[in-house]
Design a protein around this ligand. Sequence first.
Ligand SMILES: Nc1ncnc2c1ncn2[C@@H]1O[C@H](COP(=O)(O)OP(=O)(O)O)[C@@H](O)[C@H]1O
Ligand SMILES: [Mg+2]
Length: 293
Amino acid sequence: MLSYTVYSEAGGVGKTSLTANIACAHARAGLDVLVIPLDPQDGNLSRLFDVDDARSDSSADSLVRHLVDNPGGNFDDLIRTGEGIDIIPEHNTLSDLSDHLAREKSRAEDFGDAYNIYAQLRRVLAENDIPDRYDVLICDPPATESDHLYNAIYATRNLLIPFEPSAKGEASVEGLEELATNFAGELNIDVGVLGAVPIEFKGTKDQNEIVEEVPFEVPEVIGDRTSMMEGCWRHQCSAFEFVRTHRSRRRDYEVETLAKFDRIARFLETQGGITAPSPPEPGALDDPEEVTI
Ligand SMILES: Nc1ncnc2c1ncn2[C@@H]1O[C@H](COP(=O)(O)OP(=O)(O)O)[C@@H](O)[C@H]1O
Ligand SMILES: [Mg+2]
């Protein structure tokens, strides 16, 4: 299984939008994809795919309950599907994850047992055979140093880093490398950076220089696609679905951005040593507009 966490130190960079669209790109190439968004705040990936209806239902089972070994049902019943992607929707209990984990740790230690707060997502995924059942696992944690982030990294062991191609963004990429290295050292695990993706890249000389200096592979740059991305959030769908069904005409630059999502997915699959069974032509949208008679 290819597994990675999409992480940037700054919020609002376009992390969730990128995660959603790369997940779609893996899925439309025939891979089984599970996405685990872990953001306690509203307006995130499960909102984008319109699977967040039980978010504030306190009687609903949630991933957090499974993480603290107090499940309210079968793990599989947490999974929802949107655009061919399996998603474990965010639930409001994610806000209290740290308190719950700390309580579990102190309970375990009362009995002399070791307890790793950061290893709980990995444990739940292993117990439910996720590594055998899916080809790709992607986590979308919040942009803060948190138990959510550390559980995501511990479970996936790889990072994909979206960043703003500015001096500030460059500093945050460097900070991230340090964070990943320190964390990996502390927990005695290896964490790899699969790549970094500049978002809202405008191609200025300064930006080109920054991209060249980033110490990771940059498979593609994503331009400023405010209108397309806003459309995705408005219609609660991926950019593929937005261009396919909500645009009255095709815009080349938008289709090219879809092609970039496809190519980033192929790049990551190669990094992870997996091969998609049916990769489409990058950016191809299988619909009547493209059928020639
Ligand atoms: N390539 C892009 N160009 C322009 N705006 C973008 C792009 N990607 C995302 N956005 C916009 O940026 C805002 C934050 O996106 P989001 O994916 O929620 O970021 P994050 O998860 O990093 O907070 C949203 O309004 C989204 O529409
Ligand atoms: Mg987000």
